[in-house]
Design a protein around this ligand. Structure first.
Ligand code: ADP
Ligand code: ZN
Length: 220
């Protein structure tokens, strides 16, 4: 099962992707996480990615497509994957189809999380992530706080806020998302794989769990 998660930054797409990955036993592939890992390691790729990410801009297609292609050529992806943050442009979607076609595979379902803008901005500004890369649990000081402030419930590591989570880059990222996703949503709609998901209560603590239940009951 090849699943492409769509949704604006802060829609809960990342959290839903992680839950879905656990439930389906498929690898979770997040291009944002992959870039942040490269930045942490201080690689050339990381430096390049950072120069775009710090302005809320997209990393160039050929770079992004390259790392996804490498990832999709590893053995653990043969039963399917949960893609999160990729594709972000129509060109990336076409490249993905090409990569999967070579393997006799295709994108099976594209859930799009629909969340109101004001909820999104509020969510991102209060977002905290576990600094332990193996864990990566996501919290929200307002909607989903950790039991002990600044400490991960799951593994006890300190929580940190992402440096690109400020109001200015959020607005830029939402704009970039709107602009790029139009084509992408049209593309998957035409292929008949787009499934719009609207959690009933987007501010609920379990909004992402709700979204995943909706996805699983859609047509997997
Ligand atoms: P968010 O969903 O909050 O934007 P991500 O972790 O998905 O966060 O992405 C963070 C940044 O990484 C993006 O703003 C962009 O600069 C870069 N990035 C991630 N995925 C892609 C992609 N598919 N194409 C281009 N740039 C990407
Ligand atoms: Zn943790």
């Amino acid at each position: 099962m090849y699943i492409v998660m769509l949704g604006a930054p802060g829609s809960g797409k990342g959290t839903a992707a992680k839950i879905l990955a656990k439930k389906t036993n498929l690898p979770h592939i997040s291009t944002g996480d992959m870039f942040r890992e490269q930045i942490k390691k201080g690689t050339e790729l990381g430096k390049l990615a950072e120069s775009y990410m710090s302005n809320g801009k997209l990393v160039p297609d050929e770079v992004t497509i390259g790392i996804v292609k490498d990832r999709l050529n590893s053995d653990d992806t043969k039963e399917g994957v949960i893609l999160d943050g990729f594709p972000r442009t129509k060109m990336q979607a076409e490249a993905l189809d090409e990569i999967l076609k070579e393997q006799g595979k295709k994108v099976d379902i594209v859930p799009e999380l629909i969340i109101p803008d004001d909820v999104i901005v509020d969510r991102i500004l209060n977002r905290q992530t576990c600094s332990n890369k193996e864990c990566g649990a996501i919290y929200n000081t307002k909607y989903k706080p950790s039991k002990v402030a600044g400490v991960c419930d799951v593994c006890g590591a300190p929580l940190s806020s992402r440096t690109d989570d400020n109001e200015e880059t959020i607005k830029n990222r939402l704009e970039v998302y709107r602009e790029n996703s139009k084509d992408l949503i049209e593309y998957y709609k035409e292929k008949g794989v787009l499934t719009q998901i609207t959690p009933k209560d987007p501010t609920a603590e379990n909004a992402s769990e709700q979204a995943v239940e909706e996805i699983l009951s859609a047509k997997l």
